[in-house]
Every structure is written in structure tokens, then in C-alpha cells.
Design a protein around this ligand. Sequence first.
Ligand code: ATP
Length: 325
Amino acid sequence: MKSEILRLLKESDGYLSGQQLCDYFQVSRTAVWKVIEQLKKEGYQIQAVRNKGYRLMGSPDVLSKAEIESMVQTKWAGRQVVYYEETDSTNIRAKDAGEKGGEHGSLFVAERQVAGKGRRGRGWESPAGTSIYMTLLLRPTFLPVKAPQLTLLMAVAVVEAIRQVTGLTGGIKWPNDVVFNGKKLCGILTEMSTEIGFINYVVIGVGINVNQETFPEEIKDKATSLKLETGAGIRRGELIAAVMERFEAYYETFLKTEDLSAVRARYNRLLVNRGQEVKVLEPDNEYEARAVGINDTGELIVRTKDAEKTIYAGEVSVRGVYGYV
Ligand code: ATP
């Protein structure tokens, strides 16, 4: 009821009458009043006027189940939010739910992670109060081999959501980072549980640097935040909702094509490595090549002096010849 009341307050231009809320939810006036008081405690500015009702005057940048659910306008992506003030990692929480029958589209969000993860066991810096750490649980019916493409789909969704909310156009560093001016704004980590020939579940973790003003020494040269780039603070709930909307639309197209043909051109336009010399880091080999773009299944096509090669993301990293991008 709290998420719904918040949603109604946000959608309403004027006052929402207390009586209407009581009738709508079939509860007492005291029950409605209690929810309003809780929202006020969380920082929402709500005006209550006798004979008129309640009106939302201002919303803080809080992350909560009610805040996120009140903003998400999708059919299934992020409609069910599981929120943690602090957790190990939202990917771990989503995988746990995946094992226990958690629903397709559930979204796990944390204010702080104590064991945030990047690819191949690397860490993800996850302080409280400024960032988005979220993981979407999916139960796809396509073959496991196709699942890694979802990372690229999410990258496009994140870039477009950021553009919609802030006006800033980031780029993508293949396969899983959203960057701006050569620095990382967002990392994406896809993990899955499979049996031979089918997927139990997939989780897509997204970490977006939103309102940070500083970064720890080890990453300060390669990390940035939306606040640092735009100068403006951003309401995280709004950005989460925008990512869910974009991703849901792309995912539904993906179910039909089962490849990235519908977003390939878009992805390649956003690809910062495109046309650039890159260093390809394989587990036991390293070489330089020119990045051409992705193919329909999300692999990176690169050209060396004498051949064209297709790179699979799994074990390989790509760097700029002179730095991270
Ligand atoms: P690859 O190209 O192989 O993906 P990567 O360094 O981008 O390499 P990821 O697994 O995507 O690896 O991200 C983890 C890395 O990101 C960490 O090793 C750290 O250097 C950096 N990092 C950690 N926390 C943050 C953060 N909040 N913002 C930006 N970068 C971070």
C-alpha cells in the first residue's frame, strides 16, 4: 500500500483526498495517516490540508522499496523490489532468490554492498548513499549460450536511461562498462545457473556511480559519477525506473530475435572502442588490433594486420592502447 500511495501522490497534480485513499485501499483513515507519517519520516515533504487531502511537495533521493516501486512503470521488470540497507552483493541475493523460486523480473537493490563484485572476482567499490547497486533476476526460456548477450542489452539500456534522466550521453566499453570521457560510470555483471540445454535463471547486476564526489585512490583515475560529470544531484529511483523501462523493451525484442540484431547498430554507435586500436588481453596472450564493432551475437570483431578475429567476452579483456579505454 505504501508504494501505491506514493505512486498516487507522485502522479497527482493537486491534493489526494484521504477519503478517496481509504475507499481505494479499503482501509481506515488512521491506516492511511500512518503511511503518510512513515513517508514523512523518510524525508518526503507531504502537505496535509483539512478538507482537501494530501499533496506531495518534494521527494528526497531516498532508495527504498516504496520509492522504487512507486516510480517503475513496467510490466514486469523491477515491479517487485527487494531492498537492503546493506548486503553482501545484490548478485548474491538475486542468485539466492533464483535458487528458491524468486520471480522473473524481481529486482534486488542495496544502499550499500560489503562484497560488491566485478568480473572474474574483481571488486566493485560500493559505499552507501550515492550509488545504485541493483540486480535483476530473469528466467529466460532461450538457450544458455545466448545469455551473455543480455549484458550488452543492459549496457544500451543504461546509457539510454542516463541520457533520458541527465542529458549526458555515455559510451560503452566492450562488453560491460558504461564510460564517459574514458572513465567508468557503470559496471554490469551477468551470472547464470544452467543445466544442460536450459537456463534456471540469469542475474544481471548493475552498479552505477550516481552522486559520488570522490573515489578511493586505486580507482580515481578510471572511475567517475553522474554528479561529477553533470554537476547535478540525481534521484536514484528515477534512474532505476528508466533503466527498467528500457531494458524490458529490449528484452522483449530479444525474445523474438534471440540475438542483438535489433540493437546492434545502436550499440556500435555507442561503442567507444569502435575504430580504435585496442589491446586484447587473453589469459595467455596479448595483442593489438583495431576494433570494428560487435556482431549480432555480441562478440567483438577486431582486425589485426593479417586477419579479422571474433572475440568472446568470457575470458578476454579489452583495453585502449594507452589506457583503460
Ligand atoms: P574488463 O574490461 O575485463 O571488464 P574491468 O577492470 O573493467 O575489466 P570489471 O569487472 O568490469 O573489470 O570491473 C571491476 C573493476 O572496476 C575493479 O577491478 C576496479 O578497478 C573498478 N571499479 C571498482 N569499483 C568501481 C566503481 N565504483 N566505479 C568504477 N570502477 C570501479
